[in-house]
Each structure stands twice: as C-alpha cells, then as structure tokens.
Design a binder for this molecule. Structure first.
Ligand SMILES: NC(=O)C1=CN([C@@H]2O[C@H](COP(=O)(O)OP(=O)(O)OC[C@H]3O[C@@H](n4cnc5c(N)ncnc54)[C@H](OP(=O)(O)O)[C@@H]3O)[C@@H](O)[C@H]2O)[C@H](O)CC1
Ligand code: K
Length: 489
C-alpha cells in the first residue's frame, strides 16, 4: 500500500529527506535523475534524446538527465525555455555542470523551436509538481509544439501543466506523454480517468525519499499495490469462515447468481446459501453443488425476504431485476438485516429509484455500482474530482463503503479515505465481472474481514485474477468465469 500525497506534502517529503537522511538538495536531484535515466534507457536504448527544460527543479532534473545521458555517449539535445527570469538554485548548478560538456540551447520564442530528429524521444522536464497556474505564452506554444511532434514523449515526474491533485482549470495546455516516470509515489492526477491523455503509461521510480515521512504523514488517498490476508486458522471448521447468503437472480439472469456463488465459494466462505427464484433451482444445484440452495416461492423473481438470522453476511443484487415484488423483497431485506450487506446491480438501481430505502442501508454496507448505477445514486458530476467528492459525501452520510468501478477502482470509505486499486484490465469490463466481485467481497466479510478490508482486498484480488485470465486468454476472449478460475488466495 502506498500513500498518495498532494503537491505541498511532496515538497515537505523532499525537505524532510534532505534534512533527515541527510542529503543535499542537489544530491537528491542527482539521485532522482540517475534513477529516471536508468529506467528511461531500459525503455529506449537505441534512440536520441531531446530534452525540454523549465527553470525550476523539474528543469533541473532535465539538465542532470541530459548530462548523465551525454556521459554515456548518448546523443542529447537540450533546450531551456526562457519563460521567466527566475531559476531555482539546483537548476542553476545543473546548468553550469551541463554547459561545461555540451551546448544548452534556449527557446525564447517559437522561432527557436528545433526540428527534432525522427530517431529522438522527447523528455519533458518543463514543469513538475510545482505547477500552480495554467501555462501561457512561450510555455504554452512549446507544449503545443511538442504534442504535435508525434514523437514518443516521456514526462519527468508529471506531465508539464498537469496539477498533482486538482482538476484542470479551463482549457489548459498540458503535455500528452506516452510515459510518465514519476518520483517515488503515484500522484492523484494519474488515477482520474479524465487525465488519461496527460499521463500515458506511468510508473513510480524510487528515489529513496524518507519512509519515515511517508509513515507519519496523514493522507486520505492510497494506492493499493498489495494486500495482506489473514492466516487461515489451522484448527478451523466450516463455521469458522461464516455463513453467507447470496440473494440473487431472476428469470433470464440465473447466470449472474451462479457466477456470484462460485466466486464466493472460491474465496473461502465457510458455508454458502443461495436464495434464488424457483426457476433457478436445478441450474444452481447442478452448477454449484457446494452451495445450499433455498428458493423463493415466486417462479421468476425474488419476492419474500427469507429468515436472515443464521447468516454472517448477505450479498444482494446480482441479476435481481426490478419488479415490484423484488422491490418489496429488497426493502424487507434492508429492514431485517442486522449486519452489513453487499449491494450490487439492480439492488442499487432499486435504491436509486426509491430514495427512502437509502436510510435503511445497514451501516458499513458495501455498494458496488458501475458508472451508470453510480450516477443514478449520486446524480451527475462535473469531473472526476467532483465525482470523488460527491461519493465521499454519500459514503459518510449513509455510513457505507462505495466503489467507483473503473480502470483504477476507487474504494471510498465512510471515514473519507479513498483506496485506488492497481490491478485489473479492460477485459474485465464485461457483464458478469461485477457478479464475481460481489461473491468475493461477500465471502471475505463472512470470514471476519471488516467491510473496509473486504472491499479493498476483494477488488485487488478480483483484478489480480482478471490480469491472470487476460494473460492466458487475452482481454477479448476472457470471461468472468475465467476470473473465478484464476482466483488464488
Ligand atoms: N520531491 C521530490 O520528489 C523531488 C522532486 N524533484 C523535482 O522537482 C520538481 C518540483 O520542482 P519545483 O521547483 O518545486 O517545481 P517546478 O519545477 O514544477 O516549477 C518551478 C516553478 O515554476 C513556477 N510555475 C508554476 N506553474 C507555472 C506556470 N504555469 N507557468 C510558469 N511558471 C510556473 C512556479 O514558481 P512561481 O514562483 O512562478 O510560482 C514553480 O515553483 C518535481 O516535479 C521533480 O521533478 C527533485 O529533483 C527530486 C526530488
Ligand atoms: K514534467
């Protein structure tokens, strides 16, 4: 798990490392530049490099990277953009070091913009985490020119012009990189779908910033790049791992019920009872013999709330449909449940239509909407940052955990923490993946994980299994059933 810091916290992290390690600021810049160059050369070993530098520390990195590349006999052209009379101290030191070994060009107006060789990659070291306003004048012109170059662009730390943790204001001009190699930790901006073109592929390059600072600094945003599981007790029996109820399915959607049940069983639940419409009885018993099956008196839909007393946790919604009888069933479940519920799909659509049901959601329930379902619940949003804020308000108000599903699924907790998930792929954007996730999360709660833990771990393992399925079959061929088969705990 990595913490995600804002621009001010990143500056403090830098300063803390300099003071505590101790290391001089210029040596930290050198370390960062070496780490960047290492990774750059593993991506592009046979190319030339054209480096555009601003006059702050991001530009200083660019100058140091240029010197390191030149010292390895790489062909490097360096351009400093003259947008300001000010320059940072470390920029100036690196300028002098570089000027001793090669020509450093300047760009004061567009006529200075070079013709870049076709074998070159562009390194963007114009602005980094210090950006605090939209770019104008020569900076804007150069960024536009670079974006038009059609050459591979690699941004140092963050694309020039992109804010670390705020939405872009107005029609900002921003570098559109192919890669961002960012220092130490992910930036919130990378995780917002609206910024896709301003990030490209991204990865963290460790530069040895203080781990003590990271431990002791409070943030609301986290990057889930690993999870830890509880050890399964040696002296255990099926009762140790809970009894889950999955109330799922309707005529034509018994498949959703089967998928959620199989995923639940593959995620370590002690006992599973599925509660389904009568029409699904044989299908369920034949396809998931490990699960007990109880049927609703209605043939094609769920209509009556069963006795919930013996269940550790309830998952509801997959393939449910929205008939009036099912609406009444859902209301009864919400009223009678004494523990958190995992709510998915049509359960969420029904709640969105009947907003009086919101108040009935048991505390610490988990809502797993896809984007359309989310919009029905919280209304339209202006941008991804606004969406996140709206979900945080919702999560706190109803004391529930909400998933914003997507490339980096965000898990929003009632305490306002947000966990962005690192696993998963576009092959999972297909009907049935959500049913699998509901089964997984339900199983984890049954085994004694808190709702928060279950959501974070469940999303991570779901994505991890999806990545393994994609590796084997490709994103287009993989099925949600393949995700279940790839689950490993
Ligand atoms: N902390 C780390 O992990 C390390 C970071 N390094 C690198 O340093 C940059 C951040 O450097 P910084 O000097 O703070 O910021 P920038 O280089 O991004 O910007 C410099 C100054 O530019 C001004 N500014 C901001 N926005 C604009 C704009 N739109 N147009 C013109 N000028 C702008 C602003 O100064 P003002 O006084 O004019 O407001 C900025 O301060 C980080 O990204 C890393 O690349 C270290 O090298 C290693 C450790
Ligand atoms: K940059």
């Amino acid at each position: 798990m990595k913490k995600i810091f804002d621009a001010q916290q990143i500056r403090n992290w830098d300063a803390y490392t300099i003071a505590q390690e101790p290391i001089t600021s210029i040596d930290l810049m050198e370390r960062a530049s070496e780490a960047f160059t290492d990774r750059l050369l593993s991506l592009f070993s046979d190319t030339d490099f054209t480096i555009f530098c601003g006059k702050g520390n991001n530009g200083g990195d660019g100058l140091a990277i240029a010197r390191i590349l030149a010292s390895m006999n790489k062909k490097v052209e360096v351009y400093v953009i003259e947008y300001s009379a000010q320059a940072s101290a470390d920029f100036l030191i690196n300028y002098d070091r570089l000027a001793k070994i090669t020509t450093v060009h300047t760009i004061s107006s567009l006529k200075d913009f070079p013709v870049i060789g076709q074998n070159s990659v562009v390194v963007d070291a114009i602005l980094g985490s210090g950006v605090n306003r939209p770019v104008e004048g020569i900076l804007k012109d150069v960024i536009q020119k670079i974006n038009q170059s059609k050459l591979p662009i690699i941004s140092v730390d963050i694309a020039s012009g992109l804010y670390v943790s705020q939405p872009i204001a107005g029609d900002n001009t921003i570098i559109c990189p192919d890669y961002t190699l960012t220092f130490e930790a992910p930036k919130l901006a990378f995780l917002m779908p609206q910024n896709l073109q301003y990030v490209g592929e991204w990865e963290c390059v460790p530069i040895g910033l203080s781990s003590k600072y990271a431990q002791n600094t409070i943030t609301s945003y986290f990057w889930t790049d690993m999870v830890s599981l509880k050890k399964r007790a040696k002296f255990s029996h099926k009762g140790t791992f809970g009894h889950a109820l999955l109330a799922v399915g309707s005529y034509g959607s018994i498949g959703a019920a089967v998928l959620s049940a199989k995923a639940c069983l593959r995620s370590g639940v002690g006992l599973l009872t599925t509660y389904i419409p009568s029409c699904g009885y044989q299908i369920m018993q034949a396809s998931v013999p490990e699960a007990m099956c109880q049927t609703d008196p209605a043939e094609k839909e769920l209509s009556i709330c069963p006795n919930l007393e013996k269940y550790t946790v309830i998952g509801v919604g997959c393939g449910l449909g929205k008939s009036n009888k099912t609406k009444a069933f859902l209301k009864a479940i919400l009223q009678q449940a004494k523990s958190p519920i995992v709510l998915d799909a049509d359960a969420l659509n029904i709640i969105a239509e009947e907003s009086n049901l919101l108040e009935l959601i048991p505390p610490k329930s988990i809502l797993t909407p896809h984007p359309k379902e989310l919009q029905r619940l919280i209304g339209a949003w202006e941008n991804d940052f606004d969406k996140l804020e709206k979900v945080k308000v919702f999560s706190q108000k109803y004391d529930c955990i909400v998933l914003i599903k997507g490339m980096y699924t965000a898990i929003v907790l009632p305490n306002q923490e947000v966990y962005f998930n690192s696993t998963g792929n576009a092959g999972m954007a297909t009907g049935g993946s959500g049913d699998v996730l509901t089964g997984i999360i339900t199983a984890l709660i049954a085994q004694g994980y808190s709702s928060e833990e279950a959501a974070i771990i469940g999303v991570f393992k779901h994505g991890e299994a999806g990545d393994m399925a994609a590796q084997e079959r490709g994103q287009m061929a993989m099925l949600p059933s393949d995700i279940i088969e790839k689950l490993r705990w």
